[in-house]
Design a protein around this ligand. Structure first.
Ligand SMILES: Cc1cc2nc3c(=O)[nH]c(=O)nc-3n(C[C@H](O)[C@H](O)[C@H](O)COP(=O)(O)OP(=O)(O)OC[C@H]3O[C@@H](n4cnc5c(N)ncnc54)[C@H](O)[C@@H]3O)c2cc1C
Length: 428
C-alpha cells in the first residue's frame, strides 16, 4: 500500500534543513521526508561561489543557534569538529567566506541525508482523500518522473524564484543572458571570453559580480545599470538591524498593509539595492586605478530605465533611457547578468500569487483584500476550502512577516522552531 508521511518538505536548502534539525533535536517523532531538486553534494549558492566572497549574516545566526545554542549543528561546532576553530577565529575578516559557510551547510545536511531524496524535482501538488491509508485528505506530491508521494502536511521551502524584469523576460533562453543564480554555469558555457558585459541592478550581488568579472576578464568592459542614481551602501545601523529581530516580525505581522509598506520602505536599504561598504570601496578604488592607467573599464550607469533587450549576432542590444536627462542610448553586451533579486509572494508585478510548486492548489487558500496570501503568525497558509491539509511556508513570507523572512539566515532557526511546533501539534 502507498505510504503516507506525516510531513513532506519541498526543498532542502537552509530553511528546511534547519527545520529537520529542529524536529530531530526536539524529538518530534514525525515521519518526515524532504524532496530536493539538486543532486546530493551541490553547494549552497553554487552559481555565485565567487572567490573571496563572504556571507552577509552574523555567523552565529546559523542553522540552529538562536533556537538552541547547545546544538551540535552550529557553525562554531562545525569548525570545532573539523579542526578549524582556532584558525577560523584568527582570520583577519569580519565575516566567514561564503565557501566555508557552504561547507558548513553541506556538513550539517550530511547528517540528515536519511530524510532526503536528492535529485527529485517536485512538479505538482494535489489533494487526495484517503490516499496512503490516511483517513482524511492528504497531499499528493508528484516529481518530474511522475512518481507520487503522500503526506498529511507540507512544508514549502523552495526559496524564492529569480525576479526577471521586463524586457529581459523575453531573452532568458539566450545563452548570453542569465540571472545571478546561474552566473558560474553560464560563464562556463561561453564559447569565448566576453568583451562587453552588462550587470543589471545595484545590489550586493551586482557589485560582487562586477569585481569578479573584472578579475576573470581583464579585457572586458563592464557596465552596471542602476535604477537609482548610483551605488548605495547598505544601512547597517544597529538600530535598523533590529528589523531582523523576532520582535520586529511580530510588529510587522500585526501592521496594516499600508503600515507594512512604510516599514518596507524603511527596511529596504538594509538588504536590497545596496551593497556592503567593503565591496563598494574596493570597486571605487579599482575604477580610480583604471582611470590612472588611462582606461575606463567599468562604468556605473545611474538613473537607467531599460526599455529593450534585443539579441543579435554581435550581442544583446540594451536600450535604456536616462530618467533625469531623458537621453536614450543603446549599448551592446555579449554577456548580460541580472542581479535583479527574487520574487516575493503577492499580487504585484515581480511577485507571485502563491509559490509556483503549489500553484495548482493555490485556490484552496485564502488571500487578504489586497491579494496577498493569508498566512498565520505560525507560517501556516490559511485554507479557504474545508478539507485542505496543513501547508506551511518556510522562508517565503516577507510580505506577511517582514524583512526577517527575506530568505536570509537571520531568523531561520527560530522560524524552524515555530513551524516544528505547529507540525507537532497537528500530529499529536
Ligand atoms: C548569492 C547569494 C548569496 C546569499 N548570501 C546570503 C548570506 O550571506 N546570508 C544570508 O542570510 N542570506 C544569504 N542569501 C539569501 C539566501 O536566500 C539564504 O541564505 C538561504 O539560501 C535561504 O534558504 P532557503 O532554504 O529558504 O532557500 P534556498 O537556499 O533557495 O533553498 C531552496 C531549495 O529548494 C530546492 N527546490 C526549489 N524548488 C524545488 C522543487 N520544485 N522541488 C524540489 N526542490 C526544490 C532548491 O533546489 C533549493 O536547494 C544569499 C542569496 C544569494 C542568491
Amino acid at each position: 500500500m502507498t505510504h503516507c508521511h506525516d510531513v513532506i518538505g519541498i526543498g532542502f536548502g537552509p530553511a528546511n534543513l534547519s527545520l529537520a534539525i529542529a524536529l530531530e533535536e526536539e524529538d518530534a517523532g514525525l515521519d518526515m521526508l524532504f524532496l530536493e531538486s539538486a543532486a546530493a553534494g551541490t553547494p549552497w549558492q553554487s552559481g555565485m561561489m565567487l572567490p573571496g566572497s563572504d556571507i552577509q549574516n552574523h555567523p552565529v545566526r546559523d542553522l540552529v543557534s538562536l533556537r538552541n545554542p547547545r546544538s551540535r549543528y552550529s557553525f562554531i561546532n562545525y569548525l570545532f569538529e573539523n579542526g578549524r576553530l582556532l584558525d577560523h577565529l584568527n582570520l583577519p575578516a569580519e565575516f566567514p567566506l561564503r565557501k566555508e559557510y557552504a561547507q558548513y551547510i553541506a556538513w550539517a545536511a550530511g547528517h540528515f541525508a536519511r530524510y532526503v531524496e536528492y535529485g527529485t524535482h517536485v512538479t505538482e501538488v494535489g489533494v487526495e482523500h484517503g490516499a496512503g491509508g490516511a483517513d482524511g485528505p492528504v497531499y499528493r506530491v508528484t516529481d518530474s518522473t511522475g512518481r507520487d508521494r503522500y503526506a498529511r502536511a507540507l512544508v514549502v521551502g523552495t526559496g524564492r524564484p529569480p525576479h526577471v524584469p521586463s524586457p529581459f523576460d523575453t531573452v532568458m533562453d539566450d545563452p548570453r543572458v542569465c540571472h545571478l543564480t546561474r552566473y558560474l554555469p553560464t560563464l562556463a558555457a561561453l564559447p569565448e571570453p566576453p568583451r562587453d558585459v552588462a550587470v543589471i541592478g545595484a545590489s550586493q550581488s551586482a557589485v560582487e559580480l562586477t569585481l569578479d568579472l573584472e578579475r576573470r576578464f581583464p579585457e572586458a568592459r563592464i557596465s552596471i545599470y542602476a535604477r537609482g542614481h548610483s551605488l548605495r551602501e547598505k544601512d547597517t545601523s544597529p538600530f535598523s538591524e533590529e528589523g531582523y529581530f523576532p520582535g520586529f516580525t511580530d510588529y510587522y505581522y500585526r501592521a496594516s498593509r499600508e503600515g507594512k509598506r512604510a516599514l518596507d520602505a524603511y527596511m529596504r536599504p538594509t538588504n536590497y539595492s545596496a551593497a556592503d561598504g567593503d565591496v563598494l570601496r574596493e570597486l571605487y578604488l579599482l575604477m580610480y586605478e583604471h582611470r590612472l592607467d588611462g582606461e575606463e573599464r567599468i562604468r556605473v550607469l545611474g538613473n537607467q530605465h531599460i526599455t529593450g533587450a534585443a539579441p543579435g549576432p554581435d550581442g544583446i542590444g540594451i536600450t535604456a533611457t536616462e530618467t533625469i536627462t531623458g537621453e536614450h542610448d543603446t549599448r551592446r553586451a555579449d554577456l548580460v547578468v541580472l542581479a535583479t533579486g527574487f520574487r516575493d509572494l503577492g499580487p504585484g508585478p515581480g511577485q507571485e500569487r502563491f509559490p509556483r510548486v503549489v500553484s495548482g492548489i493555490a485556490d484552496r487558500f485564502a488571500y487578504d483584500p489586497d491579494g496577498y496570501p493569508s498566512v498565520s503568525a505560525e507560517y501556516l497558509a490559511e485554507p479557504a476550502l474545508a478539507g485542505t491539509p496543513p501547508l506551511f511556508l518556510n522562508g517565503l513570507c516577507e510580505s506577511s512577516h517582514g524583512i526577517g523572512d527575506a530568505g536570509s539566515f537571520s531568523l531561520l532557526s527560530l522560524r524552524a522552531r515555530t513551524i516544528g511546533d505547529g507540525l507537532r501539534k497537528l500530529a499529536h
